[in-house]
Design a protein around this ligand. Structure first.
Ligand code: FES
Length: 330
């Protein structure tokens, strides 16, 4: 391992020690990773995530939930999902203290806006993780904010003691609905009137995300931010032109042309051809595979790029060309 902090900053991955696993709520454990030799870890900002290599071929992204001011540890929290793809089960079953675990350096696709006069944070269940980190950062910066944390009941809400302490500031509000969203926070009412300078951040399960999206639909688009921790039910692609016949992808640097068949994944085709495309979530959630496109029509299927970014970038792990030739800046 490198010993100087400068050298460490240049790394893309780290091998850390799992120092602590803590039960935070029913089905939710937190995992604390530290440097084996006690060095500082690369800094992160609120909203960042790390890739955790759980087992060979099993990599998942988890938001950091501790304070960005802490350099000695990364903390993530994971809800065990029996119906999931196996990542959360792997975390709960195979992560044992003091395992050595490979993680990526933090990346942030869910940044706090530096110019926000006020921030409204809406957390649904385990979606609280990136928002808790934001609370730490906003508190440290003495910024005006409020966190609304929605869960079925206190026993399902992670970080109870920390949040209770924060609740004393009057900025943290817990909403327990007993499993019936109609008895929980009225998100539409909360976001009824957009306030100038206020930014909204939300993260949670599918139904919660949809409720927040609808409630904030009339807010200026650049003041509303969200992060999916699971791909929503795939959007209908009927009408996407050209994919039935496949398409050509051209690599601008070499002029190499590759044929992508209708049932082929663009990221896999690029990787097979030796193009420098890295993937992580393979679900259009993390932005790792983001590539600049130069021409051609694209069927965007990600959940991370906004309309402005889509004008220049695409995520080949889930998105594809719509027939004809797609030229990529590779
Ligand atoms: S690998 Fe995560 S968005 Fe493509």
């Amino acid at each position: 391992m490198n010993s100087s902090n400068n050298e460490r900053e240049a790394l893309t991955h780290l091998e850390l020690v799992l120092r602590q696993v803590r039960m935070e709520a029913n089905g939710i454990n937190s995992f604390e990773f530290v440097d084996p030799e006690g060095h500082d870890l690369p800094a992160f900002t609120a909203g960042a995530h790390i890739d955790v290599h759980i087992a060979p071929g099993l990599v998942r992204q988890y938001s950091l939930c501790n304070s960005p001011s802490e350099r000695h540890r990364y903390v993530v929290a994971v809800l065990r999902d029996e119906a999931g793809r196996g990542g959360s089960r792997g975390m709960h079953e195979s992560m044992r203290v003091p395992n050595r675990v490979k993680v990526s350096v933090p990346r942030n696709n869910f940044l706090l806006a530096g110019d926000a006069a006020k921030v409204i944070l809406l957390a649904g269940g385990i979606g609280v993780t990136p928002l808790k980190s934001m609370v730490h950062q906003l508190e440290a910066e003495s910024k005006d904010f409020e966190l609304h944390y929605c869960a079925k009941g206190p026993e399902f809400a992670a970080f109870q003691s920390e949040l209770e302490r924060m609740a004393k500031t009057g900025k943290v509000h817990c909403h327990f609905d007993g499993g019936d969203p109609a008895k929980g926070l009225n998100i539409a009412q909360l976001l009824q009137t957009p306030e100038v300078g206020t930014h909204v951040y939300y993260c949670g399960p599918g139904g919660f995300m949809e409720a927040c999206k609808q409630a904030a639909a009339h807010w200026p688009a650049d003041t509303v931010h969200c992060e999916h921790f699971k791909a929503p039910v795939q959007k209908a692609t009927a009408g996407s032109s050209g994919t039935a016949e496949g398409y050509i992808v051209e690599l601008a640097a070499s002029g190499q042309k590759l044929t992508v068949l209708p049932d082929q994944n663009l990221a896999e085709v690029l990787q097979k051809a030796g193009a420098p495309v890295e993937t992580s979530c393979a679900s259009g959630l993390c932005g790792t595979c983001k590539v600049r496109h130069l021409s051609g029509e694209i069927d965007h299927q990600d959940f991370i790029l906004d309309d402005t970014e889509r004008q220049s970038f695409m995520t080949p792990c889930v998105s594809r060309g719509c027939g004809g030739t797609l030229v990529l800046d590779l």
